[in-house]
Design a protein around this ligand. Structure first.
Ligand SMILES: NC(=O)N[C@H](N)C(=O)O
Length: 278
């Protein structure tokens, strides 16, 4: 199935056009624009066949940075029976292009664009592209922080088509969030949602909060405020925001502006232990 969520750039950039990239890396945020996700900056992982990936974020300083995010590209017959090497890691997959078969705890699911899967830590899972074309999906990983007395979260497999977005209060529906997890479920320590703005919709104040973000633009255009800078972003761009990075946005139209949003939630910060997720 074809999707409009992914915007790969093959080959190498032209030698004559060095000023078009909008990549930025600062202490508070990074922007990895779609033009940077090219063949030359791919990675590979052990125990994955016919697979390459773009690593969009990973813990860098060892101080309370919580997640890693990849765009995975799995070719025909590719995949893995040993996808995750870290037993602490929980994961979310979100499909942007193509199809694959996902098996969690012996149960198999057909994943298509818009497909979302939450994989609890320690799960037995595998992923295989049994179609004829490459599939691409986000894989967001975090070291799960267990709460004594609470069981692990259950696996969740769904598609954004199955979930009704919740409008944000006082926005006349111009800003809505598609939630795959009940925000009051304290078993979960990470949320991956889809944020949708109608043209002209805004985040009307400088959100400044402890949660980190990974933010991949699925559709449309906007001007995004990151710390002290306003930047133009569009479908296929990725942003990574450290804790307390001030943020706001203005959706430019003419269509919807939508992004996949990672956020760490519902846990104390471990006191006096640097390297929480190193
Ligand atoms: N940048 C964002 O979209 N932030 C969200 N409002 C959030 O933190 O939930």
């Amino acid at each position: 199935m074809k999707s409009n969520y992914f915007f790969p750039e093959g080959g190498h950039p032209p030698q004559t056009n060095l000023l078009t990239d909008r990549a930025v890396f600062t202490e508070a945020y990074a922007i990895i624009p779609k033009g940077v996700m090219r063949d030359i900056v791919t990675s590979y992982l052990p125990f994955w066949t016919n697979t390459r990936l773009w690593v969009l974020s990973r813990p860098l300083s060892g101080f309370a940075e919580t997640f890693s995010q990849y765009i995975m590209e799995v070719g025909p017959s590719g995949g893995s029976d040993r996808p995750e090497a870290d037993p602490r890691a929980e994961g979310v997959l979100f499909v942007v292009d193509g199809e694959f078969r996902l098996t969690i705890g012996g149960q198999s699911y057909r994943m298509q664009p818009g497909g979302y899967a939450y994989i609890p830590p320690g799960s037995e899972w595998s992923l295989h592209n049994d179609g004829g074309t490459a599939t691409r999906f986000h894989w967001i990983r975090k070291a799960y922080e267990k709460v004594e007395g609470l069981p692990l979260p259950d696996p969740i497999v769904t598609n954004e088509r199955e979930v009704t977005p919740s409008p944000m209060p006082d926005t006349e529906g111009r800003w809505a969030t598609t939630r795959f997890v009940d925000p009051s479920d304290m078993r979960h320590d990470m949320h991956v949602t889809i944020v949708t703005f109608e043209p002209g919709g805004v985040i009307p104040f400088m959100e400044t909060h402890v949660m980190e973000h990974g933010l991949y633009v699925l559709e449309g255009k906007a001007v995004y405020r990151l710390n002290s800078d306003w930047v133009e972003v569009e479908a296929g761009d990725y942003m990574w925001l450290r804790a307390f990075c001030p943020q706001a946005c203005y959706a430019g139209g003419p269509g919807k502006f939508r992004y996949l949003l990672y956020k760490d939630v519902n846990r104390h910060m471990a006191l006096g232990t640097p390297g929480r997720f190193a």
